[in-house]
Design a protein around this ligand. Structure first.
Ligand code: DC
Length: 226
C-alpha cells in the first residue's frame, strides 16, 4: 500500500495548524507545514535583497532554498534557514503577507512542489496548507478544509499576539486577514479552494477540541486499522 497522506487546508486562523500538528503527533506521522516554506522564501528574499516584485529572482531563491525543519523537545516545529533558527522571524504578520505575495508567483509554486512531495514518507504524512488537497496531494484519501469567519479568525490572532506581549490593533488584523484571503483565493494558480472531495469543517463557533474529535472520527472511518 502507498504511504497515506491526510491534507488539512484552509485560510489562516481557521485552526488548521493546530489540527494538523495534533493529528501528526497522535498518529506518529510526519508533518508538512507548507506555509512555512512560503514564509521562508519571502524571508530569504529579504535577507538576500531580492525584491518580491522580481518574480524570476524570487523563483530562483525558492529553487535554492536551504531550509530544515527540526522538531523541538516540546513538539514545536522549528524552521531553520541556512542553519539559523528563523521560526520567530517568519511567523510575524509581515511574514504572512510576504508568504502570500510570493505564493502568487507560479514559478515559486512550481519550485516548491517537489520539496513538499518529498515529505511523504512512511508511516504517513499530515500536510497543512492551502492547496494540499487540490494540487500537491490530489489523491489523498482524506482531506479536510477548515473555515471560520474572518472576524473570529482576527479575534483568535489578536489573543495570540496579546499573549505574546505584542501591541496590536484588531481592526487592522481583520483588514489584513481579509486582504490575505482575497489574494490567496483569487490567484490564478492553486487558489485557496476546497477540493471536491474535502470535508469542510466550520470552526467559527466550535472549540478546537470538538473540531479535533470530528477529525479523528473521520480518520478512524477512512483508516480503520489506526
Ligand atoms: O499557513 P500560513 O499562514 O503560514 O501561510 C502563509 C501564506 O503562504 C498564505 O497566506 C499563502 C501562502 N501559502 C500558499 O500559497 N500555499 C500553501 N500551501 C501554504 C501557504
Amino acid at each position: 500500500m502507498s504511504t497515506p497522506v491526510i491534507t488539512v487546508d484552509g485560510p489562516s486562523g481557521a485552526g488548521k495548524g493546530t489540527v494538523a500538528h495534533q493529528l501528526s503527533r497522535q498518529l506518529g506521522w510526519h508533518l508538512l507545514d507548507s506555509g512555512a516554506l512560503y514564509r521562508v522564501t519571502a524571508y530569504a528574499c529579504t535577507q538576500e535583497g531580492v525584491d518580491l516584485a522580481d518574480h524570476a529572482g524570487v523563483a530562483a531563491v525558492a529553487r535554492r532554498l536551504q531550509v530544515d525543519f527540526v522538531i523541538a523537545d516540546n513538539g514545536e516545529v522549528l524552521v531553520y534557514y541556512r542553519e539559523q533558527d528563523a521560526s520567530r522571524a517568519i511567523r510575524t504578520e509581515a511574514g504572512g503577507r510576504g508568504a502570500s505575495t510570493v505564493g502568487t508567483i507560479p514559478a515559486v509554486r512550481e519550485a516548491l512542489l517537489a520539496r513538499q512531495r518529498d515529505f511523504l514518507q512512511a508511516p504517513g504524512l499530515v500536510a497543512d496548507g492551502r492547496d494540499m488537497g487540490t494540487v500537491v496531494f490530489p489523491s489523498a484519501p482524506l482531506k479536510f478544509f477548515l473555515v471560520a469567519s474572518a472576524e473570529e479568525r482576527a479575534e483568535r490572532r489578536y489573543k495570540q499576539l496579546i499573549d505574546k506581549g505584542e501591541s496590536v490593533n484588531l481592526a487592522r488584523l481583520l483588514r489584513d486577514i481579509e486582504e490575505r484571503d482575497e489574494r490567496d483565493s483569487s490567484r490564478s494558480i492553486s487558489p485557496l479552494v476546497p477540493a471536491d472531495d474535502a470535508i469542510v469543517i466550520d470552526s467559527t463557533a466550535t472549540p478546537i477540541a470538538a473540531v479535533f474529535a470530528k477529525v479523528m472520527a473521520d480518520v478512524h472511518r477512512i483508516f480503520p486499522e489506526l
